[in-house]
Design a protein around this ligand. Structure first.
Ligand code: HEM
Length: 492
């Protein structure tokens, strides 16, 4: 029977070159975590597309912008679902995590809510003042504790989104921040390391009697931990709301909207809207800012250029900090943001989308249910896509698409699933990197050279690499101390 169905499958479908794997487990054993450089190697060996099998299902890696653009972008109407994930979505997220939802009305509903919070006018009017406040705290923290730059960047990103969602700021040593990053780290390993997550690779395992489901207890503990974390945060907010001390924020709007029946979210969905916002908001720009530090230390050329342009606008003697109001006058910084995202994409092999209907392309015939991902490292390091791809060179983005943060790289994803927080993310990076460049000299520690290919960017307990971060001059120190006074005094 198996032979016959394989035979039928092969008559009907034709997939790009298949990476040899093992019976049953397919390629789960050979795909490391993180898989960026493995993806580069496979792309060199197999070409523009290759296929892996996980749990008997095909997963196609797309290794050039050309094919991502045709399939995931232009044909987004049928390339925008997500595979069934009974472990990470089912048990660990109570079925309510938007990122993992299939292409359904439930997803559309959540996407609308997210869009209204994160985009349009609100990205500018609501987020920008907090980004401007938090960046001053970031500079102060980097001045005081440069070795822990990773924690300073974590706090900055987390505090912006926590302020918008719950109306409170976060501190460097907040337990909530560490708990969020722990949760994301575990989820990331399950999502991107098939061997660690057999219950999603083989969804039929979930029909085993419950006592035999060895993963269930751990997964339920994960769900409870996440739920308790966001529930505690929401309860604390509601207390403030009742006592009249809550600040205007998204949670307040959500409560008001729910009372007016503008939308319906059950309890778990509500908590996972918070989880999605706080986790996506905390865990992405912090990596990008950290990577910009690696780029400054290893590629001094662009730093000189960016610095000269920043000095022209803000003064050579630490007259004032760069601000998002300077975006029009500092187009080069838009290119910097895009290059930070392109250079060594920290979501190293992309996020898989699932094809909803059989499809054909250049002689291949893909069955519905095939997963497709932009192979992020492989594309970023592909010489046909980028000239001298290894170098950090923002000038490559000084083109007609300069002001479109989504164009020219895939780090925000693609098609209908493209990151809904990209404006907030791009502004976080723009502001933090502009201020860092303006105030600090960043150099490599000769005893600890940075391996920009194999560094695991998203570790959060320790710094992923070492770098020396020193203020440019006493005038810059004074500027930071002065500018951060308001942030240091705003303790809420
Ligand atoms: C540097 C910053 C960021 C990067 C690189 C990034 C990257 C991504 C990527 C790669 C995806 C998946 C896209 C796909 O499957 O095609 C995604 C989805 C998402 N991101 Fe972001 N993100 C960033 C910032 C943010 C921020 C600040 C928020 C919100 C506060 C956010 C909210 C989301 C949400 C809700 C989704 C799920 C979208 C869906 O499934 O429809 N992201 N992001």
């Amino acid at each position: 029977h198996q032979f016959l169905s394989n035979w039928q499958f092969n008559r009907k479908y034709k997939l790009p070159p298949v990476v040899p794997g093992w019976p049953l487990l397919g390629n789960a054993l050979s795909m490391p975590f993180p898989a960026g450089m493995w993806g580069v190697e496979m792309a060199k060996k197999y070409g523009e597309m290759y296929t892996c099998y996980f749990g008997g299902k095909p997963y196609v890696f797309l290794n050039s912008s050309r094919v991502v653009n045709v399939l995931m972008e232009k044909r987004a109407a049928i390339y925008s679902s997500r595979p069934e994930r009974p472990m990470t979505q089912g048990i660990m997220s109570g079925g309510a995590r938007m990122l993992l939802m299939p292409h359904t009305n439930r997803w559309r509903n959540q996407r609308k809510i997210m869009h209204s919070i994160l985009n349009g006018r609100s990205a500018e009017t609501i987020f920008v003042p907090y980004q401007e406040l938090e960046v001053k705290q970031l500079l102060y923290d980097l001045l005081k504790d440069p070795e822990n730059f990773h924690v300073c960047n974590q706090r900055f990103s987390n505090s912006v989104i926590t302020r918008v969602v719950f109306g409170r700021r976060s501190g460097l040593h907040d337990k909530q921040l560490k708990d969020i990053l722990d949760l994301v780290e575990i989820l990331g390993q399950y999502l991107f390391h098939p061997l660690k997550n057999l219950p999603d690779v083989f969804p039929w395992l979930h029909s085993l009697p419950k006592p035999l489901q060895w993963w269930r207890r751990g997964a339920e503990e994960y769900f409870n931990k996440a739920r308790d974390l966001y529930k505690a945060e929401f309860d604390a907010f509601e207390k403030k709301l009742k006592s009249g001390t809550a600040r205007p924020c998204f949670a307040a709007e959500l409560v008001a909207g729910a009372e007016k029946k503008e939308f319906i979210l059950d309890e778990t969905e509500k908590l996972f809207v918070f989880s999605t916002l706080l986790e996506a908001g905390s865990d992405t720009s912090r990596n990008a800012i950290t990577q910009s530090i690696a780029a400054m230390a290893t590629n001094p050329g662009w730093v000189k250029k960016a610095r000269r342009l920043l000095d022209e606008v803000c003064g050579e003697n630490a007259e004032r900090l760069p601000s998002l109001a300077d975006r029009k006058r500092l187009p080069y910084m838009n290119a910097v943001v895009k290059e930070v995202l392109r250079w060594r994409p920290f979501i190293q092999t992309g996020v898989p989308h699932m094809l909803e209907k059989d499809d054909e392309y250049e002689g291949y015939r893909f069955p519905a249910g095939t997963q497709f991902a932009w192979n992020a490292y492989a594309i970023a390091l592909n010489e046909n896509d980028y000239k001298d791809p290894v170098a950090f060179n923002p000038d490559r983005f000084m083109d007609a698409d300069l002001n479109s943060p989504l164009k020219g790289h895939w780090s925000f994803g693609t098609g209908r699933r493209v990151c809904v927080g990209y404006n907030v993310g791009a502004n976080n990076i723009w502001l933090a990197v502009a201020c860092l460049l303006y105030c600090f000299d960043v150099t490599e520690d000769p005893d600890h050279p940075i391996d920009t290919f194999n560094t695991v960017w998203d570790v959060h307990k320790d710094a992923p690499f070492k770098a020396r971060i020193k203020p440019r001059s006493q005038a810059h120190v004074d500027l930071i101390l002065n500018a951060s006074k308001e942030a240091l005094a705003s303790d809420y």
